[in-house]
Design a binder for this molecule. Structure first.
Ligand SMILES: [Mn+2]
Length: 337
């Protein structure tokens, strides 16, 4: 598809200042598509919403689309209802903005390949694969990058926008616990609270609003908890999912219970999918790079939090991931436990 001349012109200047290059595209266009990865998390939802609000304030039209529905715990974010669920997108759009996707496939949306793509990412697995790329692996969340865009565009950080962005920082740092948390993260959180985000309400919605099915599923997973030295893992079968009436989003965070054990450096949570493939979540306390392991197995993510999908059965996927994790832990040298 032929690009508007203004957009083609800024592409070459993109490497110099990606923020300015992106703003030039936003200013020169009228209609934009904003997407993120399938199974959207707090960073995906919050940054899509804030990006939509930025475009609105710039007088642009923005369609917000994800392949999977917004998880219940994020539905109280301002304008969460404006995110549409679809498996195919239709233009015309002047550009599609993809937030934290290391390729078109990550969205599980069809029809994106005809658009000019802006890729904004902060994952260790992030690559400059799109027409215009802004990858900052130091950022706590992709929401932090959207915030920088908002400041550079000189639009107002409304309380609604601040709430969405605060949710991205809160969730992507695991409640200010992960390695990406630094002084600048708290400075950003402070700015957002001053701009009107309510940290208590957002934390209650995210961390104290679990479905009963999630607790029942957690019980099943903890019944399958195993430890070997500095590794811990747990799993749920498809039958466990059915028996507890659990949905996919109820699996979110279960891996952290394995990681929370003293002396554990890396943890894995395995979930048997209906078609018997195995979805894997990996977590590390910082010494084992689980993004590298996930990438070797066809997935991706951050050094501390990553995922991938393996062929079943469960026992085979477990052996495959344990072999990788054992190597990762052995490379740390002798340790206790
Ligand atoms: Mn993120």
């Amino acid at each position: 598809m032929e690009q508007p001349r203004a957009i083609a012109a800024v592409t070459s200047a993109a490497t110099a200042d990606p923020v300015e290059a992106i703003l030039q595209v936003l200013r020169s266009g009228e209609r934009f598509l904003v997407c993120s990865h399938s199974r959207p998390d707090g960073d995906a939802v919050g940054s899509i919403l804030a990006m939509g609000m930025l475009l609105q304030q710039m007088g642009k039209r923005a369609d917000l689309v994800t392949a999977d529905r917004v998880p219940v715990i994020y539905r109280s974010l301002p304008q969460a209802g404006s995110i549409h669920t679809a498996l195919r997108v239709h233009g015309p759009y002047d550009a599609a903005i993809l937030l934290e996707c290391d390729g078109l496939g990550r969205t599980r949306l069809r029809g994106l390949d005809e658009f000019f793509i802006i890729n904004i990412d902060h994952h260790a697995s992030g690559r400059p694969w799109a027409n215009l790329n802004w990858i900052d692996r130091e950022a706590s969340s992709v929401g932090e990058l959207v915030y920088r865009l908002v400041k550079a565009a000189e639009v107002t950080v409304t309380p609604e926008m601040a709430s969405c962005l605060y949710a991205t920082v809160l969730t992507d740092t695991g409640g200010f616990c992960y390695g990406s948390t630094r002084a600048s993260t708290f400075a950003l959180a402070r700015d957002l609270v001053e701009a009107g985000a309510n940290p208590i309400r957002i934390a209650q919605d995210v961390y104290f609003s679990a479905a009963t099915s999630k607790m029942l599923l957690l019980g099943a997973a903890l019944g399958n908890l195993h430890r070997e030295g500095r590794l811990a893992w747990l799993w749920v079968t498809h039958d466990d999912m059915v028996r507890t009436c659990a949905s996919e989003e109820d699996c979110e965070g279960i891996v952290n219970y394995a990681l929370s054990i003293a002396g554990i450096e890396a943890a894995a949570f395995l979930r048997e999918l209906p078609e018997r493939r195995i979805r894997l979540s990996l977590r590390s306390k910082g010494k084992v790079n689980v993004a590298a392991i996930a990438e070797r197995l066809g997935g991706g993510g951050h050094e501390n939090a990553a995922g991938c999908t393996l062929e079943g059965p469960l026992s085979r996927a477990l052996e495959e991931i344990l072999a990788q994790l054992r190597l990762g832990v052995a490379a740390l040298g002798p340790g206790t436990g």
